[in-house]
Design a protein around this ligand. Structure first.
Ligand SMILES: NC(=O)c1ccc[n+]([C@@H]2O[C@H](COP(=O)([O-])OP(=O)(O)OC[C@H]3O[C@@H](n4cnc5c(N)ncnc54)[C@H](OP(=O)(O)O)[C@@H]3O)[C@@H](O)[C@H]2O)c1
Length: 232
């Protein structure tokens, strides 16, 4: 076992999650990285091969409730300095409550809001007391205060994540943990699109910096990748 601190990154095979794995490695952390399809996670596998013994790849599909519970149980006895639940989806292309079906909303809400809280709650005992940080990749789009309209279903899923994360923090009192609800910026990924202004490495470096700076604060904050507070 290495002396290096260990982080868990959920949804780490591409986009911001993969960037966060690289940023943690650069800061001297080892990583447990999850992917829905580890065998197809080519970039993550290449990264792991280039850093022998430092990146462990595991399978987790956040749309599968039993899989989420079983995954948390499989980590029994392991302790993380930081856990970032990053996996997320944009939701149906029509983006409208007036076009949405219960199935579409169920899938969006489960992956973006319910599964992250379910997993985080099950993993509280696996996070280092005192300096440990549980983070969620949310979005400024989840801010009710800053809601300027549009993307209403995705916004609602991230607002739900924010609300659920506050409720989880209320449950966490006495555990000496920090909870961060994070906005990565508008980032050039498959989800963010090629016109997004922020590069993955900039966003990821900032998210990891925010996590490391907040360690030990034992607060619940909504921060962007530059460490700035966002209105709830
Ligand atoms: N890009 C932006 O501008 C932006 C802005 C604000 C917030 N965010 C949030 O940042 C996070 C990462 O976004 P991104 O831009 O990196 O998106 P992305 O490139 O589309 O990557 C999404 C990641 O989530 C994973 N994922 C999706 N559904 C999953 C499921 N059911 N189980 C497990 N993993 C699943 C994907 O795995 P697969 O490869 O298997 O699909 C992938 O690793 C998301 O939570 C997103 O909402 C992004």
């Amino acid at each position: 076992m290495s002396d290096r601190p260990l982080a868990l990154v959920v949804g780490a095979n591409r986009g911001i999650g993969l960037g966060v794995v690289k940023a943690f490695l650069a800061r001297g952390w080892d990583i447990v990285a999850t992917a829905r399809k580890p065998e197809a996670a080519a970039d993550l596998r290449t990264l792991a091969a280039s850093q022998p013994g430092r990146v462990e790849i595991q399978m987790l599909d956040m749309s599968d409730p039993a899989g989420v519970d079983a995954y948390a149980a499989s980590l029994s006895g392991r302790t993380f300095g930081a856990v970032l639940v990053n996996a997320g989806v944009a939701g149906p292309a029509h983006r409208s409550a007036n076009a949405a079906t219960p199935e579409e909303i169920g899938a969006l809400m489960f992956v973006n809001a319910i599964a992250p809280i379910r997993l985080g709650r099950l993993l509280l005992k696996n996070i280092e007391s005192g300096t440990g940080v549980l983070g969620y990749t949310s979005s400024v789009m989840g801010s009710v205060a800053l809601n300027a309209g549009g993307h209403e279903l995705y916004r609602a899923s991230k607002a739900a994540l924010n609300s659920l994360s506050r409720g989880l923090f209320a449950e966490m009192r006495g555990r000496n943990l920090t909870l961060l609800t994070l906005h990565p910026g508008w980032v050039r990924t498959d989800m963010g699109g090629s016109g997004a202004p922020v590069r993955v490495d900039e966003s990821a470096r900032g998210l990891v910096e925010a996590i490391l700076k907040s360690a030990g604060s034992r607060r619940h904050a909504f921060l962007d990748y530059q460490g700035k507070e966002i209105a709830w």
